[in-house]
Ligand binder design. Structure first.
Ligand SMILES: *[C@@H]1O[C@H](CO)[C@@H](O)[C@H](O)[C@H]1NC(C)=O
Ligand SMILES: *[C@@H]1O[C@H](CO)[C@@H](O)[C@H](O)[C@H]1NC(C)=O
Length: 228
């Protein structure tokens, strides 16, 4: 039986993405609230993570809660979750626990791109949150914990189950870019490089070599200058 190009495409879809893509100077736009729009990321994780750094840049006018980076395992949908409760509060969930960072009140909603890096180290339990290259007072959680490597990683939604369970009222409406993850805590100099859109090698998730799949209404688009 002849194999048509279409069936090859279908096969490629079933096997998952066959190639990665350099998304430098591109953003994912989540144009409306939905319980279906999401970007699934693949990371080559083989062993439990005892430290990590996740960095990303985003832009939204939301004042309600939403998920930014959701790393679920089959046992725990909040194995690693970066969540925004409101414009002034970031929360990191790890293995079911959480810490929250209360930022100084901003006037109204967010009027520009914001860059964040969050890291955690099992040896100390310390969580570092950098907002636009500014380190907030460190907090601690889950000292001695290891993060399960069999993960479903999603941007723009909060997973309440492995790979799904999205809630429209926790969806991101806005834009997201420059998503990276490392299996270590970045140094302050490295965070500064990432904030400046310069390269820090050996990331598990690499915006310039991204293994991803979009679902639902998500648009990959150039950013609008000069905002970012
Ligand atoms: C976050 O942690 C606090 C304790 O630090 C707890 O009271 C709260 O229920 C937790 N929130 C969620 C949604 O798990
Ligand atoms: C989302 O929020 C709206 C308005 O608050 C509410 O009416 C609706 O029931 C919520 N939907 C879900 C799925 O929770």
């Amino acid at each position: 039986m002849a194999i048509s190009p279409l069936s090859l495409l279908v096969l490629a879809g079933l096997l998952g993405s066959l190639a990665t893509e350099d998304l430098q100077k591109k953003v994912f736009v989540f144009p409306t609230a939905s319980n279906s729009a999401a970007v699934f990321l693949k990371a080559p994780l083989q062993q439990p993570l005892t430290s990590f750094t996740v960095c990303l840049r985003y832009y939204t006018l939301l004042t309600r809660a939403y998920g930014l980076f959701s790393y679920a395992t089959r046992r725990n949908s909040n194995e690693l979750l970066l969540y925004k409760f409101n414009p002034n509060q970031y929360s990191l969930y790890l293995g079911g626990s959480n810490v929250s960072f209360d930022l100084p009140e901003k006037q109204g909603s967010q009027s520009d791109w914001e860059h964040i890096c969050v890291s955690w180290d099992s040896a100390t339990g310390l969580v570092e949150l950098w907002v636009d290259d500014h380190l907030l007072p460190r907090m601690g959680m889950k000292k001695g914990y290891s993060i399960n490597p069999e993960a479903s990683i999603v941007l723009g939604q909060d997973q309440d189950s492995f790979g799904g369970g999205f809630d429209i009222n926790q969806s991101l409406v806005g834009e997201i870019s420059d998503v990276y993850m490392w299996d270590r805590v970045l140094t302050p100099d490295e965070v500064n490089l990432v904030w400046n859109d310069l390269r820090v090698d050996n990331s598990l998730i690499d915006w310039r070599d991204l293994d991803y799949e979009t679902r639902g209404y998500v648009v990959l688009h150039p950013p609008v200058f000069p905002s970012y």
